[in-house]
Design a binder for this molecule. Structure first.
Ligand code: MG
Length: 299
């Protein structure tokens, strides 16, 4: 169990004891936004400072460039129709890549103002797309294009299938990673505001989703990060939350308890479940892509 730190006996059932963390590829600058495409046995992920989206072919392990330039893309997800949905720092928008390869802009403004730099994104079963909009892509020229915030705040938004954009969480400093519980009754949101307000706790909050699935209630604190920041995260089918941290991947039970840690030798930015059985965790960590097989399956 050298790659793991157990903190709660429940952790053991989620881990394949003989499975080891594998470094699949290295050579990026800041890797982010992994999304799994089962039909192509491929993982797409971002290398933000190099302005490219990379593709891992699971069949032979080959990594190649999928798109460059890529609008300084950060987070990605796969929508219910299997299409790539991307957050673009550089173009300050959320896009969808259609089956024929064309790119459709899903959202680029709110109240007439450009977004800051969409960061992470999830698709809901009703066809809506939810994304966070912190300022990291406009803070410097390294991960996008330096610019002032037009909105003057960092929110989480919902895009309806008809294109309507609504702010759904306006109480965070720098909302970052986000994901729904498997039954979509909770939206979890990470806040990395400590990058701009030193001393601010690095947290994940749990927001109850309204009965109509369109708005959020008052949040409760779910977890506070003891090692760096929570950035991207995803949930397994049992509702456990697997999150990036500065020391690896932390696993939290639905009750918030920190069950254990998968140690990773680089700062982890994001992760997703993949593989034919969704039991392989792909981890984007600074310059490298890692993976590990689990006894847990992605939601
Ligand atoms: Mg992020």
């Amino acid at each position: 169990m050298s790659d793991y730190v157990e903190r709660d006996p429940r952790f053991r059932a989620l881990i394949a004891g003989s499975a080891r963390l594998e470094r699949l590829w290295t050579g990026g600058r800041w890797l982010e936004g992994p999304a799994w495409f089962p039909a192509f046995r491929s993982l797409l992920f971002s290398d933000i400072p190099n302005d490219r989206i990379l593709r891992l072919d699971e069949a032979d392990g080959h990594v190649s460039v999928f798109r460059q330039p890529a609008g300084f893309a950060n987070g990605h997800t796969r929508d219910r129709a299997g299409r790539l949905v991307s957050c673009e720092h550089g173009n300050r928008r959320v896009t969808r890549t259609e089956h024929d390869g064309r790119i459709t802009v899903l959202a680029e403004r709110f109240g007439g103002h450009r977004f800051n730099s969409p960061n992470d994104v999830v698709a809901k079963s009703d066809g809506s797309i939810w994304f966070s909009d912190p300022t990291y892509g406009i803070d410097s020229d390294y991960e996008g294009h330096r610019a002032a915030s037009e909105i003057g705040a960092a929110h989480v938004y919902r895009i309806d299938p008809d294109g309507t954009v609504t702010a759904v969480a306006t109480d965070r400093v720098q909302p970052n990673g986000l994901a729904f519980s498997p039954d979509e009754t909770i939206l979890y949101i990470a806040d990395t505001g400590a990058t701009h307000r030193p001393g601010l706790p690095a947290t994940i909050h749990a927001y109850p989703v309204s009965a109509d699935g369109r708005s959020l209630g008052a949040p409760r604190l779910f977890a506070t990060c003891p090692a760096g920041l929570y950035d991207g995260f995803r949930l397994d089918s049992a509702g456990n939350l697997w999150t990036s941290t500065g020391e690896g991947v932390h696993v939290h039970a639905p009750d918030g308890a920190h069950l254990g840690t998968i140690l990773v030798p680089e700062v982890v930015a994001n992760l997703c479940f993949g593989g034919a059985k969704r039991n392989r965790l792909f981890i984007t960590a600074t310059t490298s892509l890692y993976a590990i097989y689990l006894h847990a399956n992605g939601a």
